[in-house]
Design a protein around this ligand. Structure first.
Ligand code: ZN
Length: 245
């Protein structure tokens, strides 16, 4: 760091500490013996080796190369998120369309991201997926769709941090999750629909309690809705969807 124009924003010590935490969390969440790590070349090389060392266990490491769909490095419209559907208590179901120039055809990958951000119930019509499912990791179409979904979510999140962006939101549902010391998960769902705010809460498995609040105007309902989301965050609840990207 001898170039005076460069300054350190995140120290290598901070990065290594975070990698160590990630390694411990992955080891804890996936206690089995056949953990398979797949990194995307070439950028992931150094991170992957640091992360593998942080696991303090045997892991399999593989790399795969992917190329950007379409021309250039930005979204070209050749990867489309066609449907996003929240499945109560399960996660988010995502459908997409990916134009594969090499195969000269489109594929329609779909998968569910569970509340911990794991890929479940995946499907794709491509030869890779038909041959091996998820055993060799997700196919390139799923990776492209997941990336497109992450980008879309990031853009939506940035927009909802602004007063103008919030005004555009008239109806939506958010799920928040908190793990109690007992290991049980509390799920809190808040919906905004016009002048109505509906709340459901309770343990992940079990009958939730429900509450519905009517407001005189959309603006009052929206203000109450965002206030509720903010108080959940301050009480240690995590936006379930934020873990999915
Ligand atoms: Zn595929």
């Amino acid at each position: 760091m001898t170039d005076p124009k460069l300054r350190v924003l995140i120290s290598s010590e901070q990065i290594q500490n975070r990698i160590r935490e990630l390694g411990e969390k992955i080891s804890h969440d996936y206690p089995g013996n056949n953990l398979h790590m797949i990194g995307i070349l070439k950028g992931a090389v150094f991170f992957m080796t640091d992360l593998a060392r942080a696991m303090k266990r045997d892991v399999f490491i593989d790399f795969m190369g992917i190329s950007t769909y379409g021309k250039g490095k930005t979204s070209s419209g050749e990867v489309k998120v066609t449907k996003v559907h929240e499945v109560v208590g399960e996660g988010t179901r995502i459908h997409g369309e990916v134009v594969d120039r090499e195969a000269v055809r489109s594929f329609f990958p779909a998968f569910t991201l569970d509340l911990e951000g794991r890929v479940k119930e995946a499907s794709c019509g491509c030869p890779h997926f038909r041959r091996s499912g998820l055993r060799e990791g997700p196919c390139e179409h799923m990776l492209a769709l997941r990336l497109a979904y992450a980008r879309q979510r990031a853009a939506e999140e940035a927009l909802r941090q602004t007063p103008e962006g919030r005004k555009l939101i008239r109806a939506e549902t958010r799920s928040y999750v908190r793990r109690e010391a007992s290991g049980q998960e509390q799920v809190y769902r808040v919906s905004l629909d016009g002048q109505v705010v509906a709340v459901e809460w309770g343990p992940r498995l079990g009958e939730p309690r429900r509450q519905k609040l009517w407001f005189d105007t959309d603006a009052e309902a929206r203000a109450a809705y965002f206030a509720r989301l903010e108080s959940l965050s301050s009480e240690g609840y995590i936006d379930a969807a934020s873990q999915l990207v």
